[in-house]
Design a binder for this molecule. Structure first.
Ligand code: HEM
Length: 354
C-alpha cells in the first residue's frame, strides 16, 4: 500500500515533468470518445493514460486490503478504517485529477490534487507501523519535550510540503505548455520552502540526542532514518534548484518527499507505544475458538477435524505455557504456535501495553 501510494506520487510527477498533463485532453474519457489513449495522442497520451491506469491499480490494492481486513474487523477495526479511508480517497483523487484536466492544469487545482496523495503516504506509513502492533490503547513514552519534538517534526514536515507545492506551482514544470503558473515569486517560495528544512534537521538532531539520553532506541531509530532521508532530500532540493530543475532530479525529489513523509510519520508514531503483536496464527484463529492452540484453531478454520482440536486442547489449557499474560505474547520465539496458549495471546496482548 505504502509503495503503491509513493509510486502514484512519482508517476503523477512524471506526467507533469514530461509535459503530459493534457496528454488525455478530457476526463473521464481520454479524448471525449475513447476511454483509452489513441496512437495519435502520441507519447503524452500514453503517459497520462498510464497514470490513470495506475490510479485504478492503486484503488484495487486499497480495496483488496479492505476486503482482507474484513476478517479481522473485530480485532483490528483501526486498520480496517485506515484502509477504508485510503480506498475512498482514490475516487476523490480521480475526480480532482479530472477537474485539473478540465481546468487546463490550473496550478491551484494541481496543488489540491497532490495534497491528498501526500496525506495518503503518511496514512499508509502509519498503517504499516500499526500492522506491527496489536492495536488497542496507546501509551505516550519519553518526556513531554521529546514528544513535543516529534510533533514539531510533523508540523514542520507539513509546512515544508505545503511550501514545496507552492514552489512547484510557481516553477517551470506546469505539466503542459499552455498551463498557467500560480504567479508567486519562485525564488522567494523556494527559500520559504528550504528554510523550514533547516529547522527540521535541528529538531531531528535534538530528538536523536533526547531519545538516546532517555534510552529509547525505538524512538531514536526512526529519528536517525528521518535525519538521513531529510539530508539527502535537502541536498537533492538544493542541487535541482541551482541546476535549473532538471526533470530527473525533480523526479528524485518527488520520490524523496514520500520517504520523508513516511519517516516523519514513523517518528511521531514512535513516541506512542502499543501492545506488541500477538502471533499471526492467533489473530487468524476463528472467533469463538480461543480455547484451541493455534494449530488446532487453524485446522478448525480450514474445516479440519474437531477431534484434532479436542486432542490438543487439554495441553493448551493445562500446560505451563498456557499461562495468560503479556510476557507470553511478547516472548522471543513466541512465533512457535505451541509455545503459548492462543487465548493468552489474543486475550491479553491488546491491553497489555495500555
Ligand atoms: C525535507 C526536505 C524536503 C521536502 C520534504 C521537500 C518536499 C517538496 C515537495 C512536497 C514539493 C512539491 C512537489 C509537487 O508539488 O509536485 C517540492 C518541490 C520543490 N522543492 Fe522541495 N523538499 C525538501 C527540500 C528542499 C530543499 C532544501 C530545496 C532547496 C531549495 C527544495 C527545492 C524544491 C523546489 C525548487 C521545488 C519545485 C520543483 C518543481 O518546480 O517541480 N526542496 N519539495
Amino acid at each position: 500500500m505504502l509503495i503503491a501510494q509513493a509510486l502514484i506520487v512519482v508517476t503523477g510527477a512524471l506526467v507533469r515533468l514530461t509535459g503530459s498533463g493534457l496528454g488525455c485532453p478530457d476526463w473521464p474519457t481520454c479524448d471525449g470518445v475513447s476511454i483509452t489513449n489513441t496512437p495519435d495522442m502520441g507519447i503524452h497520451g500514453f503517459i497520462e493514460f498510464g497514470n490513470r491506469l495506475l490510479g485504478v491499480v492503486l484503488g484495487l490494492i486499497c480495496l483488496a486490503t479492505v476486503i482482507m481486513l474484513l476478517r479481522l474487523i473485530a480485532a483490528r477495526w483501526d486498520l480496517f478504517l485506515i484502509s477504508l479511508a485510503l480506498t475512498l480517497v482514490v475516487p476523490v483523487q480521480a475526480v480532482i485529477g479530472g477537474i485539473s484536466v478540465h481546468m487546463e492544469l490550473n496550478p491551484w487545482i494541481v496543488a489540491a490534487h497532490f495534497v491528498p496523495s501526500a496525506v495518503c503516504v503518511a496514512l499508509s506509513a502509519y498503517f504499516v507501523r500499526r500492522t506491527y502492533d496489536a492495536g488497542g490503547p496507546r501509551t505516550p513514552i519519553g518526556t513531554p519535550a521529546l514528544r513535543g519534538l516529534a510533533w514539531t517534526i510533523a508540523v514542520l514536515t507539513v509546512i515544508i510540503v505545503i511550501m514545496g507545492v507552492l514552489t512547484t506551482g510557481a516553477g517551470p514544470h506546469a505539466g503542459d505548455e499552455v498551463s498557467a503558473r500560480n504567479g508567486l515569486p519562485i525564488v522567494l517560495m523556494a527559500r520559504l520552502h528550504a528554510a523550514p528544512v533547516w529547522l527540521l534537521v535541528i529538531a531531528t538532531v535534538a530528538g536523536i540526542v533526547a531519545a538516546h539520553r532517555q534510552r529509547l532506541p525505538e524512538v531514536r531509530r526512526p529519528l536517525v532514518v528521518l535525519l538521513i532521508v531529510e539530508l539527502a532530500q535537502g541536498v537533492v532540493g538544493y542541487i535541482q534548484y541551482f541546476t535549473g530543475l532538471p526533470v530527473w532530479l525533480v523526479a528524485l525529489h518527488m520520490a524523496g518527499l514520500c520517504v520523508v513523509i513516511a519517516a516523519s510519520t514513523a517518528v511521531l508514531d514512535s513516541v506512542y507505544r502499543r501492545a506488541p503483536l500477538p502471533p499471526a496464527d492467533t489473530l487468524l484463529a476463528p472467533r469463538g475458538r480461543t480455547d484451541l492452540p493455534p494449530e488446532a484453531a487453524a485446522e478448525a478454520d480450514a474445516g479440519g477435524s474437531a477431534a484434532a482440536g479436542a486432542e490438543s486442547d487439554p495441553t493448551a489449557e493445562s500446560g505451563p505455557t498456557a499461562e495468560p499474560g503479556p510476557a507470553g505474547a511478547a516472548q522471543p520465539g513466541a512465533d512457535t504456535g505451541a509455545a503459548h496458549g492462543t487465548g493468552a495471546g489474543r486475550g491479553t496482548a491488546p491491553g497489555a501495553g495500555g
